[in-house]
Design a protein around this ligand. Structure first.
Ligand SMILES: Nc1ncnc2c1ncn2[C@@H]1O[C@H](COP(=O)(O)OP(=O)(O)OP(=O)(O)O)[C@@H](O)[C@H]1O
Ligand SMILES: [Mg+2]
Length: 233
């Protein structure tokens, strides 16, 4: 089943007197259970496409459908629901709040959910345990390494139990050891918890471990290597 369907999407940005075609007719399907890498040179449109799929931005033309519903047909309340329940987003710069400790950062997306404090604490503890950071639950981000901060960002994306996690260059600022640990963590969440991943990367360390790769160039899909659906768990 398709979680995400991108059809004939274009995104045009104004640039001075001219325009940039950041996406120029992209079709992409993300199926439940996919672990799909988006790659391609700098400026090829990877971040633009992820931002459209997580509804931070709207396409100039074409459709983005999540669970079969066109995002352009949704009102603000429905978009908030989608962003806070179905989709988790991990940004390259982590976007952690420096004055909040690990638990408080991870709890942030749950404040929109109106759940009881006891359930919130439980979900936060589970997400922090899933990324192996239980001993650091009360630490401030400044006390953590780059790899640990990236794992906090993953815990924050996981805490709402999303079915789809979008990640923009998740290993870009990590050394090799932390990058491998992160890749393993993402793969185990995919394999054992059925979380669907779509992530952008330039990172060969990550691409070597991935079977499904879509390569963008100049806002178009240049090549796509996809496993047949029947092989998905
Ligand atoms: N907000 C914006 N305003 C104007 N142009 C933009 C904007 N965002 C992106 N672009 C342009 O759109 C094109 C695609 O950019 P995008 O950030 O999606 O590429 P990318 O593949 O993520 O690159 P990188 O690997 O460097 O992160 C680029 O030419 C970029 O300059
Ligand atoms: Mg980018």
């Amino acid at each position: 089943m398709a979680i995400v369907q991108v059809r004939a999407v274009t995104k045009v940005y104004p640039l001075g007197d001219t325009t940039v075609n950041a996406l120029d007719g992209v079709d992409l399907t993300v199926r439940a259970g996919d672990f799909l890498a988006l790659t391609g040179p700098s400026g090829s449109g990877k971040s633009t496409l992820l931002n459209l799929i997580c509804c931070l931005d709207l396409p100039t033309s074409g459709d983005v459908c999540i669970d079969g519903v066109r995002t352009t047909d949704l009102g603000e309340a429905a978009l908030d629901q989608l962003r806070s329940r179905t989709i988790g987003m991990i940004f390259q710069s982590f976007n952690l709040i420096p004055v909040l400790n690990v638990q408080e950062n991870v709890a942030l997306p749950l404040h929109l959910h109106g759940m009881a404090a006891s359930e919130r604490r439980e979900r936060v503890a589970e997400a922090i345990a899933a990324v192996g950071l239980t001993p650091f639950a009360s630490s401030l981000p400044e006390r953590l390494s780059g790899g640990q901060r990236q794992r906090v960002a993953i815990a924050r994306a996981l805490v709402t139990a999303p079915r789809l996690i979008l990640a923009d260059e998740p290993t870009a600022s990590l050394d090799s050891a932390n990058a491998f640990a992160l890749i393993e963590l993402m793969q185990s969440l995919n394999r054992d918890h059925g979380v669907t991943f779509l992530f952008s990367t330039h990172d060969d360390r990550l691409l070597r471990n991935v079977r499904d790769i879509v390569r963008l160039r100049d806002g178009r899909i240049e090549t796509a290597r996809r496993m047949p659906e029947t092989e998905l768990a």
